[in-house]
Design a binder for this molecule. Structure first.
Ligand SMILES: NC(=O)c1ccc[n+]([C@@H]2O[C@H](COP(=O)([O-])OP(=O)(O)OC[C@H]3O[C@@H](n4cnc5c(N)ncnc54)[C@H](O)[C@@H]3O)[C@@H](O)[C@H]2O)c1
Length: 421
């Protein structure tokens, strides 16, 4: 039997959305396949003088609505299937938020924790050397993703500038502020999700202090814990790749953040402040109102979805719930705020960074937050309305909302009926 890929799962969502709309078959034909996916081997010199090669990809999935936009992931498990699926999701995410972008994504199959800083810099620059002809502020604009960060984006922007012979900060977003990055990019992904939950709280019948569990404690996970914690909500469980930690009275966030800054897992805080170690599986079953998957894709699947007790799931990670698990959560009455809406704050502030780079005029952080909040609330409300009107989940509603926009753009180039008339 053919292997069931991540992209197959993504197509299930596309077909489901299409079944609620009357759109031209041309649109589906265009969105079923990536426009281009380039695979290369990056060869770098290691500190010990040896050479080592790493597989790398860049996918431009669809650029009908604008230049392709999407992060670069450094992960040992990355594959072409994962890159294309993430690029497909970016296509829909940008359309949900009405950003003038298509979707793209990139990855290097590497465990960056095993590289020295100098090796990491050489690898980041090698990525840009390999893909410079695909990239550009009007073609394809990368950003950070799992295990990449603003320092890496700064090296990459510098490498691109050296290749094209001029300053071109808008080619990449998520840069350090001093190199043309935007204020507010650091916590944008979590902040977008936070604004979404706040905006829909009354509709979702959320009231008072929430109990929150956060799976994955990197950029997205740490910031959502901080934002919700500062509103008085109780973070009762968090996990990272080293394990999970729980406190019924609420975890001490400063201790968790300190552990991460010192390069440790959250489990290093066990035994202090009432923190106790639980298994990663137990985290999903913790008694809470809100579960925030903020790690990797497919973490919530057929085998563990039934253990979830949260009433609401905010998908800060991309694709953390499989279609089978979606069905289980729907049957249990759990509302899922889907990735393409819930974590779109990151790409939205990336868009602001690109706009500021191009206009050469930079906004204060308050303006970034206001603009982000306005877009999240506008599109979050639109998706909520589609969900009510069509009686579908928030995920299907988000896909329907995005697909309508994509269809309009694709159809504007002419459809079968146009060419036959
Ligand atoms: N950073 C962004 O702007 C952004 C934007 C949109 C979506 N996302 C998505 O959010 C997710 C997290 O991204 P990030 O930028 O926070 O990455 P990150 O590398 O900063 O953090 C990832 C976290 O997940 C943890 N993790 C890995 N395997 C785990 C496991 N098996 N169980 C529990 N935790 C595990 C890691 O230890 C780390 O704490 C990804 O799906 C990413 O695509 C990020």
């Amino acid at each position: 039997m053919a292997e069931h890929t991540l992209l197959d799962d993504a197509m299930v969502r596309l077909d489901e959305a299409a079944s609620h709309l009357s759109i031209d078959p041309d649109v589906i034909e265009k969105l079923k396949y990536a426009r281009e996916t380039t695979k290369v081997r990056l060869m770098i010199r290691m500190d010990d003088g040896s050479r080592k090669s790493f597989l790398a990809w860049r996918c431009r999935y669809d650029d009908t609505r604008g230049p392709t936009k999407g992060g670069i992931r450094f992960h040992p498990g990355s594959t072409a299937d994962e890159v294309e699926t993430l690029a497909f999701w970016m296509t829909f995410k940008c359309a949900v938020m009405n950003l003038p972008y298509g979707g793209g994504k990139g990855a290097v199959q590497v465990d960056p924790r095993k590289l020295s800083k100098a090796e990491l810099e050489r690898l980041s620059r090698a990525y840009i050397q390999a893909f410079a002809r695909i990239l550009g502020p009007d073609r394809d604009i990368p950003a950070p993703d799992v295990y990449t960060n603003s320092i890496i984006m700064g090296w990459m922007a510098d490498e691109y500038a050296q290749i094209v012979g001029q300053h071109e900060p808008a080619v990449i977003t998520g840069k350090p502020i001093s190199l043309g990055g935007s204020l507010g990019r650091g916590d944008a992904t979590a902040r977008g999700g936070y604004y979404l939950v706040r905006h829909l709280a009354a509709d979702l019948k959320l009231d008072g202090q929430l109990r929150v569990a956060v799976q994955g404690f990197g950029n997205a996970g740490q910031h959502i814990a901080r934002l919700l914690g500062s509103d008085g909500h109780r973070i009762v469980a968090v996990s990272d790749s080293g394990g999970a930690i729980f406190s019924d009275n609420g975890l001490e966030l400063d201790a968790l953040l300190r552990a991460k800054t010192e390069g440790n897992s959250v489990v290093a805080t066990a035994g202090t402040n009432g923190h106790e170690v639980i298994s990663p599986g137990q985290l999903l079953g913790v008694e809470c109102d809100l579960l925030v998957p903020s790690a990797l894709e497919n973490m919530i699947h057929e085998e563990n979805a039934a253990s979830i007790r949260a009433k609401l799931v905010l998908e800060l990670a991309n694709g953390p719930i499989t279609p089978e698990a979606d069905g289980i959560l729907k049957a249990a009455g759990t509302v899922v705020l889907p990735d393409i809406l819930a974590n779109a704050g990151g790409v939205t502030v990336s868009y602001f960074e690109w706009v500021q780079n191009r206009q050469g005029f930079y906004w204060p952080v308050e303006e970034i937050h206001q603009r982000l909040q306005a877009i999240v609330e506008r599109e979050g409300r639109a998706v909520w309305n589609v969900s009510r009107e069509k009686g579908v989940t928030m995920r299907t509603a988000a896909y329907v909302h995005a697909l309508e926009r994509l269809a309009e753009s694709i159809e504007a180039h002419g459809t079968q009926s146009f060419f036959q008339s």
